[in-house]
Design a protein around this ligand. Sequence first.
Ligand SMILES: [Cu+2]
Length: 209
Amino acid sequence: MDNQEPSGMVEQRWSRRQLIWGGVGLGATALLSLFAKPDIVGLTRRLVGSPVSSGKIHLYQLDYYFIPNYMTWRVGDRLQVVLQNQSHTHWHEWTIGRKLNLAYFQGFGYMNADAWAIDFWDGVDVTLSNPYQIDNFVPHKAHVTYTGPKGPYKIATGGDFSPTLKPGGSLTLTFTVPNKPGIWQFGCFVQEFIHYRDGMKGVINILPA
Ligand SMILES: [Cu+2]
């Protein structure tokens, strides 16, 4: 799930003329693929379009990736994210932020701290509902409204805003996209970042209102 860019953008069919210039072309192509890949991905998304999410969104947690791993949101839109852990064996969380605290990537160790320097959910009003098989939920600095009794949410402290779901767990988060446009990362840092390092991450592009 890591590489979703269509390979057709990079691959070329070789005509005779291109074969003659192949030596030069190959070098240029190699350089392009080295340095221009993120731009090609971005260009493709601008051309093909990444639909702006609206209403109810399903976000699936698997071992070790998210579906989808790219979303486009718009400031001011009301969203309902149904988070579902599809794994039969693993616990997974969902965090959104910016600027990873890279110190935590140096090795294994104590992890009871913020993974992101900036937590997307800071100051955001969010309503939780339909908790099922929640391992724990860290509200951090979000303004959280809980639907129903609080027991099932297993409210905890420490680190970023993060619902952590047991295998088969699910939770619905309802919120208005805050005025925080730009690129945000999301990820699961369970098991000392192993999930994240294995690809359990994604991008949310938030468009201005
Ligand atoms: Cu995980």
